[in-house]
Design a protein around this ligand. Structure first.
Ligand SMILES: [Zn+2]
Length: 166
């Protein structure tokens, strides 16, 4: 049974907490970091990223998460290649390939992977030609939040929470 719906819900919930946490930061701090969460496109982007990374760990098995992830990765590859962004396209390709190396609930369900897999996101501001590293950090946080929600529901963070997912 695929638990993708639960993982989507979990990623949305944990990201909502994350976004609320960022919003709770003092206004002058957000201003100094050049961050604004008033932008709805950015907000939607954060939730999409969280869901994507919330589904990512199950790409090592035949799941709805795998279908969704490879579908999105495939479309993203086309967009990146068409717009001439070959470097991120290469990274995405590499990222998409790696889960097949290993067994289910292998490295993709590792706590270290939660921090390392989304790490390429930290270069996003550089790709957009403005050196606002905080934007990359903000998006990275959403990815880690989504990833964390997956491991949490799989019972890999605390033992007593165990969602019947994959
Ligand atoms: Zn899983």
């Amino acid at each position: 049974m695929s638990g993708y719906k639960g993982h989507i819900a979990g990623a949305l919930a944990v990201n909502a907490i994350y976004v609320a946490g960022v919003r709770a930061l003092p206004g002058e701090m957000l201003q100094r970091w050049d961050l604004s969460l008033q932008d709805w496109q950015l907000l939607i982007g954060l939730f999409v990223i969280a869901v994507l990374f919330g589904l990512f760990p199950d790409v090592d098995t035949n799941s709805m998460g795998q279908n969704i992830f490879f579908g999105i990765a495939f479309l993203a590859e086309i967009v990146l290649i068409v717009s001439g962004k070959f470097e991120p396209a290469a990274y995405l390709g590499l990222l998409a390939m790696t889960p097949i190396v290993g067994k289910h609930r292998g490295w993709t369900h590792n706590k270290l992977a939660m921090f390392l897999v989304p790490a390429p996101i930290l270069v996003i501001p550089y790709l957009h030609n403005h050196q606002v590293w905080t934007m990359g950090l903000l998006i990275y946080g959403a990815a880690v939040a989504g990833y964390f929600s997956h491991l949490l529901l799989d019972g890999l963070i605390v033992k007593f929470i165990h969602f019947k997912g994959q």
